[in-house]
Design a protein around this ligand. Structure first.
Ligand code: ATP
Ligand code: MG
Length: 263
């Protein structure tokens, strides 16, 4: 087991070197913006119950997310991209579960600063899966009415999460408000994430995703096995590719895992 752990750590160090050659160890202890954020100790049992497997890393599904992380990092690094949106055709495909797992898998790379933002403003769930108890308002943050440290918390040395505690109305207007890009630039300037992930709503039910896409470098489409139809996936891929770079499609809720190959 020790040898496996050592091999995982060695691989993570190597990936970090390839992915971020010019980035130093994050976040520096004197980095005021990171140190200002409250540190939350996650209830590991609760988080695992919400299907986040990349913190404890005892569930086999953890490896799937590590592979996804590495593929994403490689492409993003090659293209100099830092921000990625996560959406799906319809509700419930697993965007939030994928976003959280990806974020914590990235955070296991000690040289990678990761920030996850809950922008599914109508059905926010990141905070509840993580068990965040305070009330957070992403709406107020995007309107410039609340500070970074009122909306974002640190869930580890190099991972920050922006949460939202209650549903918001008129979300598309908020997401495409002229203020939003400058607020996001401020977020990037302060936290300097290597990867900035946005958990977005499903794209076939409202215009939130289309409204927000100009703010990201690329997008991941999460589809659910036996729920998402081929035509939904096709329409989403076409639409997304007209608006931004499609990093890939994640097939979630698939019953056939890599264990069938003996791993
Ligand atoms: N791979 C999986 N296997 C089994 N259940 C899953 C998987 N991924 C997600 N789920 C479950 O499916 C439900 C929906 O997941 P999640 O909230 O991540 O989807 P979502 O796309 O973010 O939904 P919404 O559109 O409501 O935001 C949750 O109960 C979650 O635990
Ligand atoms: Mg969700």
């Amino acid at each position: 087991m020790d040898r496996i752990q050592a091999a995982i750590e060695k691989t993570e160090k190597e990936i970090a070197l390839v992915a971020f050659p010019e980035v130093g160890p994050p976040p520096p202890a004197n980095d005021a913006s990171w140190t200002k954020l409250s540190h939350v100790n996650l209830d590991r049992k609760r988080v695992a119950h919400g299907r986040v497997v990349t913190i404890d890393r005892t569930d086999k599904a953890n490896f799937t997310f590590d592979i996804l992380r590495t593929k994403i990092l490689k492409t993003m690094r090659q293209n100099n991209w830092t921000s990625v949106a996560i959406t799906s055709p319809t509700p419930g495909c697993g965007k939030t579960v994928v976003s959280l797992n990806l974020a914590f898998s990235l955070a296991n790379l000690k040289d990678c600063r990761t920030v996850l933002v809950d922008l599914d403003l109508r059905r926010p769930r990141v905070g509840s899966v993580l068990g965040l108890e305070k009330v957070y308002s992403m709406e107020r943050f995007l309107k410039g009415e609340s500070a970074l440290e009122d909306t974002f918390v640190r869930c580890g040395e190099n991972i920050a999460v922006g949460a939202n505690s209650y549903p918001v109305s008129y979300t598309a207007e908020l997401l495409q408000s002229p203020k939003t890009p400058s607020i996001l630039t401020g977020l990037k300037d302060k936290l300097q994430p290597n990867i900035l992930l946005f958990d977005l709503p499903p794209m076939l039910v409202n215009d939130d995703v289309l409204a927000f896409l100009p703010n990201v470098d690329c997008v991941i489409l999460v589809v659910a096995a036996e729920a998402s139809t081929l035509s939904e996936v096709d329409v989403c891929e076409r639409t997304l590719s007209q608006e931004t770079n499609v990093l890939g499609v994640v097939l979630n809720k698939c019953e056939y895992g890599p264990e069938k190959y003996g791993y």
